[in-house]
Design a protein around this ligand. Structure first.
Ligand code: SAM
Length: 251
């Protein structure tokens, strides 16, 4: 199993083995909300694979790894952990950067920020500065893994419409419902749109989402499994709680 290069809020590091064990037979694997890609990087290759995320910077990073992994690796070795550099990267006009520089900036901001949100410089007295930035070991393996994968940068609706077939399996891990901290607001309207599309797909799907009364209502009639996962996206201990998550399937 490969470890992703970046962290992302809601990443499935703790749940990936369970999810992978539940993936049904398929020949086309489609991940609608890729993020860091814990499941994709952990599972066996499928015949055809598609990864999608609406975040342009994330998709640019994977494209740069696919085509220019050596150069990304070379540039990463120059990076050091500094509040000033963090601030420069955060405030720079990305249109003034090359695509490779944009990829480095993206890794830098995620790996050096609190809870990988890219907003505030992360520092502490008990851990060394973001090790990922110096850890380039996995990079070539990740590049190899991405070689035969379609990388998409579309809204989930379009991906479902384009790739839905009886032999398709969709892994769907959207931003949680009514949960603070996500950069893009994934509204109730989006959640219902996703449910309506998933209800009618020819293929199979797994959806992972926070355990919420409303979500259970939307997916009444589907198979719902509960899973308990620990998350720590808060600086104080009060926010570090165990959360229940739902794994919903149509098979
Ligand atoms: C919970 S994260 C996915 C985490 C991922 N499963 C992992 O293991 O790292 C949700 C992702 O959905 C993406 N996203 C948000 N709105 C989207 C949309 N309308 N269409 C596609 N992707 C979207 C976000 O950019 C984010 O990376």
């Amino acid at each position: 199993m490969l470890k992703p290069l970046i962290s992302r809020m809601g990443g499935k590091s703790k749940l990936r083995k369970t999810i992978i064990g539940m993936i049904p037979e398929h020949s086309c694997y489609v991940e609608l909300f890729f993020g860091a890609g814990w499941v994709y990087f952990g599972k066996e290759k499928s015949k055809v694979e598609v990864i999608n995320d609406i975040d342009r910077e994330l998709v640019n990073l994977f494209k740069m790894l696919k085509y220019h992994a050596e150069e990304v690796r070379r540039l990463m070795t120059y990076e050091i952990c500094s509040r000033d550099i963090f601030s420069e990267y955060k405030n720079i006009d990305i249109n003034s950067l090359t695509d490779i520089q944009r990829a480095i900036r993206f890794i830098y901001l995620l790996s050096q920020s609190f809870a990988s949100k890219g907003d505030n410089f992360g520092y502490g007295t008990t851990g060394m500065p973001g090790p990922q930035i110096f850890n380039t070991e996995n990079l070539l393996k990740i590049k190899e893994r991405l070689r035969n994968t379609y990388i998409e940068n579309l809204n989930f609706e379009e991906i479902i419409k384009k790739y839905d077939r009886p032999h398709t399996f969709f892994f769907c891990d959207p931003p949680y419902f009514e949960t603070k901290g996500y950069k893009d607001k994934f509204t109730e309207e989006y959640h219902i749109k996703l449910r309506d599309l998933l209800r009618n797909v020819e293929g199979k799907f797994i959806l992972t989402i926070n355990d919420h009364k409303q979500v259970r209502e939307w997916y009444k009639g589907f198979n719902i499994i509960e899973a308990e996962v620990g998350y720590s996206v808060c600086k104080d201990n009060k926010g570090r709680r165990k959360f229940k998550e739902l794994i919903i399937t149509n098979y």
